[in-house]
Design a protein around this ligand. Structure first.
Ligand code: NI
Length: 166
């Protein structure tokens, strides 16, 4: 196990589109374990491989309050069910010390492979639905701040650059 370095906005590597994983191997299982350790340590509730500069479609999530329900999703695909949208206060380990409200589809279905390459389908709700969509965005090079106004994003960019220099 190892703690991985998390890239921070506006690092251009966060804009990379991750590639699908052809065959799930021990390397991916090791990556998932390292990402879970990094996520719990941070602490956060989700982490995408993009955020640790690995551009393959793998995310890890744990929204349980006991922090004992790790979820590994490989090649996750989201299908939106219905038109209902929900607003949630989001944060991101790649955008430290910042939260803002993002509106996303409330009901989704997610299909993915587990750490053994076995397909599964979930219909997450509430926080898990938000988190899965947020993490899949990362795999597509998208950040939650992209949903905000460009003025807000510009302010945040200068704030974080200042912080990174310090
Ligand atoms: Ni994030």
């Amino acid at each position: 196990m190892a703690l991985l370095e998390i890239l921070e906005f506006p690092d251009p590597r966060l804009r990379t589109k991750a590639k699908p994983i052809g065959s799930v191997s021990d390397r991916h299982r090791q990556l998932a374990d390292d990402m879970l350790e990094t996520m719990y340590d941070a602490p956060g509730i989700g982490l995408a491989a993009t955020q640790v500069d690995v551009h393959e479609r793998l995310i890890v999530i744990d929204v349980s309050s006991e922090r004992n329900d790790p979820l590994v999703l490989i090649n996750p695909e989201v299908t939106v069910l219905g038109h209902e949208m929900r607003s949630y206060e989001e944060g991101c380990l790649s955008v430290p010390e910042y939260q803002d409200t993002v509106k996303r589809p409330a009901n989704v279905q997610v299909s993915a492979l587990d750490r053994h390459g076995k397909p599964f389908v979930i219909q997450p709700d509430e926080l898990l639905a938000v988190c899965v969509q947020h993490e899949i965005d990362h795999l597509n090079g998208k950040l939650f701040v992209d949903y905000l106004s460009s003025l807000k994003r510009q302010r945040l960019r200068s704030k974080l650059k200042k912080r990174q220099r310090a």
